[in-house]
Design a protein around this ligand. Structure first.
Ligand code: ATP
Length: 137
């Protein structure tokens, strides 16, 4: 069944939002397949955000993502990738629909609380990156 990689970014962890965000995915009906706190290396983040390497905000994005632990998890269920993105809301919280995680908990694109894979291929790639030890099932 479809899987997606979801992460609560350091600002979300620091603000105590992990439980609330996990709860939303659990109560929606997704299975939490894996869950861990990660202090991502520059190498991991450069792989994860390889498509953004040329952007002016890239250095600040890496600094933000290394400002504390990230709560990394894998959800499994029908439509995990698409529904995961919908539940997070638009990348810029200024544009996120009410009721989405970013609209409910963020104001700034530079501190947008969470990440979700944007395709099935990206999800599998990101799960491999963030859970190199593999998933127990
Ligand atoms: P994510 O991959 O985190 O789910 P996304 O796929 O919705 O986000 P991307 O365009 O891939 O959006 O951007 C990745 C991340 O880079 C954003 O979530 C945000 O943290 C950061 N980011 C994107 N655009 C900007 C910007 N203009 N200024 C600062 N940070 C940005």
């Amino acid at each position: 069944e479809e899987r997606s990689f979801i992460a609560v970014k350091p600002d979300g962890v620091q603000r105590g939002l992990v439980g609330e965000i996990l709860r939303r995915f659990e109560t929606r009906g997704f299975k939490i397949l894996a869950l861990q706190l990660v202090h991502p290396s520059k190498e991991l983040l450069s792989e994860h955000y390889s498509d953004l390497a040329g952007k002016a905000f890239f250095p600040s994005l890496l600094a933000y993502m290394q400002s504390g632990p990230v709560a990394a998890f894998v959800i499994q269920g029908k439509g995990a990738v698409k529904i995961g993105r919908v539940m997070l809301g638009a990348t810029n919280p200024q544009d996120s629909a009410p009721g989405t995680i970013r609209a409910d908990f963020a104001l700034d694109i530079g501190k947008n609380v969470c990440h979700g894979s944007d395709s099935v291929e990206a999800a599998e790639r990101e799960i491999g990156l963030w859970f190199p030890q593999g998933l127990k099932s």
